[in-house]
Design a protein around this ligand. Structure first.
Ligand SMILES: [Zn+2]
Length: 336
């Protein structure tokens, strides 16, 4: 089993300013995790995504605005989302890395893919940067796969809801979008009821959980709801918005996952879907040690090389009730 890792040096030069949690050090932490995991890593340099490929989910005027803003030296789009001159190249290659992995895995039988995407992408809207995100890296590849007639499941285990991804692809019945996220929490989106919104009934699955939710309830939601739905959906590709800010040590969210929990989530995906049709892309994750260790467990989980510990955190009762509530809605569309 090989792990093809896509990255680009410009990800280290996307300058968000001093003391910003979304820092270049995150890339280095993921790299340390790659070194530590003991798997056969194949590094590729992420190419720049083409403008026509960005335009599958972003407006042309928005793409031009980002380019212009960066070329003039950058600045802040909002309180969180800051760019520098190098951010343009970093953003193009962050999106390009995910698509390069799709193409790379098509040519390999015993490999899986991980993109060290920085800036991250799942909050980026069609014409708005937000939540540290400029271009929606995962949505771009999903939309490109759709244009080739492939069905895509996007599994988003970041602590935040991927509002950009849902807004871009939520109406497409050929895309299953699943998000488990802290609620109420930024970006204050991602409701259970969205399963009935728009054109594609049943394919937008949000499982909002309260602060304090730990691995026991994440694993239960994943095992009883997410995995059965993915199996019934029968996607050609599984793309993972792999954010690690649900880790107990992460200061941006208030969830309680341990590194092994991410590995467990990844391993259960690998059990039901060919891993050479699975691409994970980095979203959040701001505690550097947690990010490093969770990279190790996620890659090992995907590669199926080691069983993940059954030991995990214990959630408050409200977390279980939140999953029960989501389950009732999901059960109207899927056998769960
Ligand atoms: Zn996040």
């Amino acid at each position: 089993m090989q792990v093809v890792v896509a990255s680009h040096p410009s990800s280290l030069e996307h300058d968000t300013g001093r003391n910003h949690p979304e820092s270049p050090d995150r890339v280095l932490a993921v790299r340390r995790g790659m070194d530590e995991c003991g798997l056969d890593i194949v590094n590729i340099e992420s190419p720049e995504i083409q403008r026509s490929q960005l335009a599958v989910v972003h407006d042309a005027s928005y793409i031009e605005m980002i380019e212009m803003y960066c070329s003039l030296g950058g600045g802040a789009f909002d309180m969180d989302t800051v760019v520098s001159e190098q951010s343009w190249l970093a953003a193009l290659t962050a999106a390009g890395g995910v698509w390069a992995l799709v193409e790379e895995l098509r040519a390999r039988s015993d490999a899986t893919g991980f993109a060290i995407s920085r800036p991250p992408g799942h909050h980026a809207l069609r014409q708005r940067a937000m939540g540290f995100c400029l271009f929606n890296n995962i949505a771009i590849s999903a939309a490109l796969l759709r244009s080739q007639g492939e069905k895509v499941a996007i599994l988003d285990w970041d602590a935040h809801h991927g509002n950009g991804t849902q807004s871009m692809l939520g109406d497409d019945p050929g895309v299953l979008y699943v998000s488990i996220h802290q609620d109420p929490f930024y970006p204050f989106d991602g409701h259970i009821q969205d399963i009935d919104a728009g054109e594609a009934k049943g394919t937008t699955i949000n499982i909002p959980v309260p602060a304090g939710t730990a691995g026991d309830v994440y694993r239960r939601a994943w095992g009883e709801l997410v995995i059965p739905v993915v199996k019934q959906f029968e996607p050609d590709w599984v793309l993972i918005s792999a954010g690690f800010d649900a880790h107990v040590n992460d200061s941006l969210a208030e969830l309680q996952l341990r590194s092994d929990d991410f590995g467990w989530l990844a391993a259960t995906v690998a059990e039901i879907h060919p891993v050479n049709r699975v691409v994970a892309t980095l979203e959040g994750g701001y505690d550097l040690e947690a990010l490093q260790q969770s990279t190790v467990t996620t890659l090992m989980g995907l590669a199926g090389v080691a069983p993940m510990s059954d030991e995990t955190g214990v959630s408050p009762a409200a977390a279980g009730h939140a999953v029960d509530k989501a389950a009732r809605e999901i059960a109207r569309h899927w056998k769960v």
